[in-house]
Ligand binder design. Sequence first.
Ligand code: AMP
Length: 185
Amino acid sequence: MRLILLGPPGVGKGTQAERLKDHYQIIHLSTGEILRGEMSALTSIGIQARQYIEEGKLVPDDILLNMMDNRLRQDDCENGYLLDGFPRTIPQARGLGKIMDDIGHLLDAVINLTADEEELITRLLRRAESSGRSDDTEIVIRERQKVYWTQTAPLIQYYESRNLLKEINGLGSIEEITERILDAL
Ligand code: AMP
């Protein structure tokens, strides 16, 4: 199974990804987590990414595409993967398509988790109390929502026109949402 999880910040992509990963025995690749790891290890990617992340902006596409090109060729991706937080722009989606074609991987589905924006901001502010993330402040949270609607939401149409999109209501209990996703797949 090779899946993409789409949806605005705070909709619960990370939580659902952990559950789907166990269900399908595939790996969960969160570009946000990978980038935070690079930042704490002070690698060149981490140093380049820091300012964008702290301002709630997207890290440039070429950095993401190089990083994911390397990552998707590793052996642990052979049994399948779930991409969380990537792609985030149309050029990233096109780049991902090329990488997967090149490796010979087919994309099975794109899950789009949906929820109301104000509800998401409330959830993120709650998460901010314990996350320790430098980008979990109200200003940056609002900026990340804005970036999502302008730069990432066009991917919904992109994958819909390729017949890959599964729309899932992201409001409800964690178990209910997982059930909806598994039913749709
Ligand atoms: P996330 O943990 O997915 O909310 O990502 C946290 C931050 O990492 C985002 O606000 C971006 O600054 C950066 N980031 C993560 N994934 C991407 C991506 N695919 N493209 C650009 N920036 C990204």
